[in-house]
Unconditional design. Structure first.
Length: 272
């Protein structure tokens, strides 16, 4: 350095605080995107969970509404039938008690027709039976009317659920949803499915129950074939006849599919 030139000021060393702030800034630049990604991920998970809960709650509400509507429909049908029977009673009593052969004959024929439709007033059975002695000329018509009434009474005693397949799954919203997918597959195969129901306890292995007879076995075979096509093993078989079929009743076309706890339904509706 030549004489007369100013001496340069020494470079100042960064303080410890400056060093720490710089390091913190670098760390923040690395961590901040990670935190943002984490927060976004948590938000997405929470959003998905919330949507799933909303969807599951909607499924439960829809099932409850369906069950309620089915119950109301059945109650309405029962009410309509009772009203029709009462109306028929009011119309038939004057004819059957008139003492005039032509009127009694007309009343017996009407009664026979209404019994075939399941809406005859069966409280008139004793009166109709007595008419055979009061009107011997109408014995055949009275026998037909009485027998038709007895058939109606037997049908009413034997009446159960509507014919079709009833699917029973484990008591969870997830299994209910998957059971509906299974129901859709089976309906697409031409099988009548009446509904899907959640149960608290079921068999270990998937089981098909029905009232076995020459009339009902073919549909059971169709159901089994559809299940095997979807990946199920051949279900266990239970005959409901001895335990539940009333004496004198014919086997109804009611089938119960109980999904086994060992193989709960997978997401696509088939066996897990």
């Amino acid at each position: 350095m030549s004489a007369g030139e100013p001496t340069p000021a020494p470079k100042s060393q960064p303080s410890d605080l400056d060093v720490k702030l710089e390091r913190a800034s670098k760390v923040a630049n690395i961590i901040t995107p990670m935190l943002l990604a984490l927060v976004a991920g948590l938000y997405t998970v929470q959003k998905d969970c919330s949507e799933n809960r909303t969807r599951d709650a909607q499924i439960v509400r829809e099932q409850e509404a369906l069950n309620t509507q089915q119950q109301r429909d059945q109650e309405q049908r029962n009410w309509d039938r009772k009203q029709k029977q009462y109306s028929n009673f009011s119309a038939l009593m004057p004819l059957l008690t008139s003492g005039k052969t032509s009127n009694v004959d007309a009343g017996l024929k009407i009664y026979t027709a209404e019994a075939s439709d399941g809406v005859a007033p069966t409280s008139l059975q004793l009166l109709i039976d007595d008419l055979k002695a009061k009107h011997p000329e109408l014995r055949q018509a009275a026998d037909q009317a009485y027998n038709a009434g007895q058939t109606q009474i037997q049908r009413e005693a034997c009446s159960q659920l509507p014919d079709g397949l009833y699917i029973h799954v484990a008591n969870s919203v997830e299994q209910l949803q998957r059971g509906r997918k299974l129901a859709n597959f089976l309906m697409a195969a031409g099988i009548v499915v009446q509904g899907v129901q959640r149960i608290d306890a079921g068999p270990s292995n998937t089981t098909l129950k029905w009232y076995r007879s020459s009339a009902t076995d073919p549909d059971a075979e169709r159901i089994t074939a559809a299940l095997v096509y979807l990946g199920f093993a051949n279900p266990a078989i239970v005959d409901l006849t001895k335990q539940f079929l009333k004496k004198g009743c014919t086997a109804p076309g009611i089938y119960e599919l109980w999904i086994g706890s060992n193989t709960p339904l997978a997401d696509y509706g088939g066996p897990g």
